[in-house]
Design a protein around this ligand. Structure first.
Ligand SMILES: CC(=O)N[C@H]1[C@@H](OP(=O)(O)OP(=O)(O)OC[C@H]2O[C@@H](n3ccc(=O)[nH]c3=O)[C@H](O)[C@@H]2O)O[C@H](CO)[C@@H](O)[C@@H]1O
Ligand SMILES: C=C(OP(=O)(O)O)C(=O)O
Length: 435
């Protein structure tokens, strides 16, 4: 049992600068993409999160040598991969394990893998991955706890995604870079993580054109060479910290970010009444005493990210008036709402929307983080609540944050971690950032 808990006390205005780490979602794609290289790759900025440790395990199983050096860079040697069987347990331990299909299929002709795990907030189909890979020549055989994808020869195809999918776009791109001939990905996701993956592949010698638009063209190449590459900053962590300025009435700068990745978030926070200033690689949010309620619908990039609706919901609970959050990407992604209501919030779920009657005081409570962004949401709510908030489900938060406590403490947040046997009501340790 993971008995760690995060504790949050009532906070005054948070002030200071948070240096934003590398993106979890991009790192997961880039790490798999390195399997396509024919020599060593160095990735900079990969966070030491739970999902990364799972990939390290997968790497050991298949012969993908990975090592973090003293400066934090990941040295990866894909030349000794001898196996393309991904353990079902490890596959299901995080969401993006399916990238190993796209990354290994051209080289091995067959990939055996378990079903994807990840945050469990609703049904998360992979039909578009299957459709795209089938179009490239793959065959799927499904078993109870795993499936086998095989292809004698991957061949370029013209693929239209029926729904915009970031993971599906990346997976198809990985499979297509060494396929024979030309591939079009239409109605492709435009997320920064798609562009980041294309940039890495192109630096390795791939021919991927148009990533970041809705049509991506890929000309297959036989070889890819190793490079040194830096992962993009985590726009989702950055967005949540901008919101922390709003909920505590402080001034928070997020540094080492790409402001263009957060345009929808910035627009929404300005509409609510925060003052936002963008530098070249930083954004500062100034909280204000009178913020306005709002309506927001999530959408695929460049829309307002589904991964930011939870921290935004925490902020909206503290703004008097009626706000409405609608999650169009994952219409049932509201596990955090029950927890917020336990803290005194007044939120009602109606179909795919959360109706927030804001301005109710929050009080500290024992709450559970069911996924990584729910965790961020509860930390923000805890800062605004009267009394101590105790958050369990820390393992979910650690899927996305290498050091959530350290980041919050950098701006003065009264947040700490406890580790112990909750079952017996005893804590073995009470220390900062127990791992
Ligand atoms: C590891 C990673 O990068 N995770 C992110 C990624 O997840 P992930 O890549 O899994 O999400 P997708 O972009 O694929 O999902 C977008 C939408 O497409 C639907 N869909 C997706 C694939 C498919 O085959 N069929 C289908 O119907 C999904 O149900 C969802 O409604 O993007 C999500 C949406 O921005 C984020 O919340 C996740 O943090
Ligand atoms: C949903 C998320 O992650 P994953 O897709 O890895 O479950 C997330 O990062 O918010």
């Amino acid at each position: 049992m993971n008995a760690k808990t995060i504790h949050v006390a009532t906070s005054g205005p948070l002030n200071g600068t948070v240096t934003i780490p590398g993106s979890k979602n991009s790192s997961l794609a880039l790490l798999a993409a390195t399997c396509l290289a024919d020599s060593q790759v160095v990735l900079e900025g990969v966070p030491d999160i739970y999902d990364f440790r799972i990939i390290t395990q997968i790497g050991k199983d298949i012969g993908l040598h990975m090592e973090r050096d003293s400066s934090g860079d990941i040295l990866i040697d894909p030349r000794y991969i001898y196996n393309s069987v991904i353990d079902p347990g490890l596959s299901s331990a995080y969401r993006a394990s399916y990238y190993f299909i796209g990354a290994l299929l051209a080289g091995f002709g067959k990939v055996t893998i378990g079903f994807p795990g990840g945050d469990d907030f609703s049904s998360r189909p992979i039909d578009q991955h299957v459709k795209a890979l089938r179009a490239l020549g793959a065959e799927f055989t499904f078993y109870t706890d795993h499936y086998v994808v095989s292809a004698k020869q991957l061949t370029g195809a013209d693929i239209y995604f029926d729904t915009i999918t970031s993971g599906g776009t990346i997976n198809a791109m990985l499979a297509a870079v060494k396929a024979r001939g030309r591939t079009y990905l239409r109605n492709a996701a435009r997320d920064p993580e798609v562009v980041d993956t294309a940039n890495l592949l192109n630096q390795m010698g791939a021919k991927v054109y148009g990533a970041g638009t809705e049509t991506i063209r890929i000309e297959g190449v036989p070889y890819l060479s190793g490079v040194r590459y830096q992962v993009i900053p985590d726009r989702l962590i950055a967005g949540a910290f901008l919101m922390s300025a709003g909920i505590t009435g402080g001034t928070v700068t997020v540094a080492d970010v790409i402001p263009e990745h957060l345009e929808a978030c910035i627009a929404k926070l300005k509409e609510i009444g925060l003052q936002i200033e963008c530098g070249e690689q930083s954004i500062t949010a100034y909280g204000a005493s009178r913020l306005k309620p709002s309506r927001v619908s999530t959408d695929m990039y460049p829309g307002f990210a589904t991964d930011l609706q939870q921290p935004l919901t925490a902020l909206l609970t503290q703004i008097p008036g009626k706000s409405i959050v609608t999650d169009r990407v994952y219409p049932k992604r509201y596990n955090h709402v029950l927890q917020l209501n336990r803290m005194g919030a007044d939120i009602e779920i109606r179909k795919d929307s959360a109706l927030i009657r804001g301005g109710r005081p929050l009080r500290g409570a024992q709450v559970h983080a069911t996924d990584v962004r729910a965790g961020t949401c509860l930390i923000l709510a805890g800062l605004a609540a009267e009394g101590e908030t105790v958050i369990s489900g820390v393992e979910h938060i650690e899927r996305g944050y290498e050091d959530a406590i350290g980041l919050f403490r950098a701006i003065g947040a009264p947040v700490w971690m406890r580790s112990g046997d909750m079952g017996q009501g005893q804590f073995a340790e009470d220390q900062y950032n127990v791992r």
